[in-house]
Write a new protein. Structure first.
Length: 134
């Protein structure tokens, strides 16, 4: 049963922040910016959206950027994420390694477009659970 009251408000706040990150990720890439930076915002949006759902259902989570780990927590709490969301786990790489030069190969525009599509699915799923926020 979804938690009402304070956890509902906090979960909506997390979802609002997720939507803000998604909006920033979808902005046209400024000259001199990197696809990695926009993918970081997409990853942050997906991460915050999943965390908003965890909060909504009262599931504690550790400080982590790993979306797959968060989805596993959701599953273990009895709330099975839709199969198509599991692919969003690939976004976790954008939280750290792609943001630093020389660790990973540069992100392509095609990879960026996939990141945004995956993130949109996660945010829409969270909105469907929590309700429209922001």
């Amino acid at each position: 049963m979804p938690h009402e009251g304070e956890s509902s408000v906090v979960s909506r706040d997390w979802l609002i922040r997720a939507k803000g990150n998604l909006l920033r990720a979808k902005q046209p890439k400024p000259e001199g910016a990197f696809w990695e930076d926009l993918c970081f915002d997409a990853q942050q949006a997906a991460e915050k959206a999943v965390k908003s759902v965890l909060i909504f259902w009262g599931v504690d989570f550790p400080k982590t950027h790993d979306i797959t780990d968060l989805l596993v927590l959701l599953r273990e709490s009895g709330h099975e994420p839709p199969q198509e969301l599991w692919e969003a786990g690939r976004l976790s790489n954008y939280a750290v390694t792609t943001r630093y030069p020389g660790i990973e190969k540069p992100v392509t525009e095609e990879e960026y477009q996939l990141a945004v599509r995956l993130t949109e699915k996660v945010v829409m799923w969270a909105e469907g659970i929590i309700g429209h926020a922001g």
